[in-house]
Write a protein that binds this ligand. Structure first.
Ligand code: AMP
Length: 423
């Protein structure tokens, strides 16, 4: 790395040309899944009013408390770089009266999110997510399973093997407060032995006690009252429904009572997707029955899931997932002399229009340098266009492997090249 050169911001990465085939493939597969299940694309701004997130994600959620990138602007607006995709979509749903569109409304998105986290393996500050959302007046479990299916299928089509969905229900406004009380009572008796974070969580965000990763708190977690035993009958029925659909779909799942997820807006189903041999989650989501209402809309349930594209691409690279994108064969265009150079661009244009991809280095004067560049590019054919060819309206096709050369009239160039490339 060059010294004293301005660097990219911490935890935010350049996606260099060598990475692009992975990003292209990931996007294509997510888009294919979205299209085949009828999710419509939505894009919201990278910057949102802080009000979209602060209350909905929860004042005591990690994201709101520590990870928001606040944007300084000339006005008085309180703006942030979006940390996630669901709350902005709920904001857009209300703002654009999307409840008047046929429901369920199935939406998907793709783009960068920003979280001020400590960068480490699998954790960056500019992360990319693809997400699926289903918003509908009915909070039917079939929608939860369709969102999970879209996430699962995306991973499957990217050849990420042995994916399991870890799933839980965190109840609703009726049953969760009772459970929360029980949990606080249980943890109060252990308070002095808990980690600093958990001591605070008892007061501000008790559910998060269940996903503490600190060693000292693990023994208390396993004997903590179980959420599952405290669900009301509606939540239990809903959860059973989701699991039955997953079974019908043959999606492997694991009940995990400790998944609570970081945002306040979740209710009932919460889930995360894991692949064998990968320690962090590749995706996660859940139901958010109260989110639209808490942003000022009419009570409208929804369910969504987001895939962590940066992590997925890391897995694709580590597992040598074949990209399967057939690179088109290129042809190298070489000119000799000023007259030929002047006439080069229209010839290149006509080949591009015929669907042939052209490499060139028109800034290089010497034939030797251009031939060397053609060699390095590994193209099967080079086109050599010199003074005589310019007069005769012809061009030389050179087979780079054998060195054999053939002169063809310019009007027949595209057809001759296509025939040669097809062989
Ligand atoms: P969340 O929005 O927190 O539910 O995250 C959904 C998915 O995004 C996770 O399962 C991860 O795969 C990915 N993700 C979340 N935070 C980060 C991060 N800081 N860096 C990379 N990926 C992340």
């Amino acid at each position: 790395m060059a010294k004293n050169v301005i660097q990219n911001p911490k935890g935010m990465h350049d996606l260099l040309p060598a990475d692009q085939p992975y990003w292209k493939k990931a996007y294509q597969r997510v888009e294919d899944v979205a299209d085949s299940y009828n999710f419509l694309r939505i894009d919201t701004p990278l910057v949102e009013s802080a009000d979209v997130f602060e209350h909905q994600l929860g004042e005591t959620s990690d994201i709101v408390e520590k990870q928001m990138f606040y944007v300084k602007s000339k006005g008085n607006d309180r703006l942030v770089l979006r940390p996630e995709g669901t709350a902005p979509i709920a904001r857009a749903y209300i703002q654009h009266g999307m409840s008047h569109l046929p429901q369920p409304l199935k939406l998907y998105y793709w783009g960068p999110m920003y979280r001020y986290e400590q960068p480490q393996a699998g954790r960056v500050r500019e992360l990319h997510q693809a997400g699926f959302e289903i918003i509908s007046p009915e909070d039917d479990p079939v929608y939860d399973s369709q969102v999970i299916l879209a996430c699962y299928k995306s991973l499957e089509s990217l050849k990420i093997k042995n994916v399991t969905v870890q799933i839980n229900s965190i109840g609703c406004r009726v049953c969760r407060p009772h459970y929360r009380k029980k949990l606080v009572e249980y943890y109060k008796s252990k308070e002095k032995n808990l980690c600093v974070d958990c001591k605070r969580r008892i007061k501000v965000n008790p559910l998060r006690l269940l996903d503490c990763k600190n060693e000292t708190c693990q023994p208390f977690k396993k004997d903590a009252p179980s959420l599952m035993d405290h669900l009301c009958s509606a939540c239990r029925r809903h959860f059973k429904g989701v699991l039955e659909y997953l079974e019908e779909l043959k999606i492997p799942y694991l009940l995990n009572n400790f998944i609570v997820r970081g945002f306040d807006y979740y209710s009932q189903t919460v889930f995360e997707l894991f692949a064998e041999g990968v320690e962090y989650a590749l995706g996660g989501g859940g139901r958010y029955n109260y989110l639209i209402e808490s942003l000022g809309g009419r009570f409208t349930p929804g369910v969504g899931g987001a895939l962590g594209i940066d992590r997925i691409i890391e897995v694709m690279k580590n597992k040598n997932v074949a990209l399967g994108i057939r690179s088109k064969e290129h042809v190298y265009f070489i000119y000799v002399g000023d007259l030929a150079k002047k006439q080069s661009l229209p010839i290149i244009n006509s080949l591009q229009q015929a669907g042939i991809e052209i490499f060139e280095s028109l800034g290089k004067d010497s034939l030797g340098a251009q031939l060397r560049a053609a060699d390095k590019a590994g193209v099967p054919f080079a086109l050599i266009f010199g003074q005589q060819e310019a007069f005769e309206e012809s061009i030389i096709i050179r087979d780079m492997k054998t060195g054999a050369q053939e002169t063809v009239p310019l009007v027949k160039l595209a057809d001759s090249l296509k025939k040669k490339l097809e062989k």
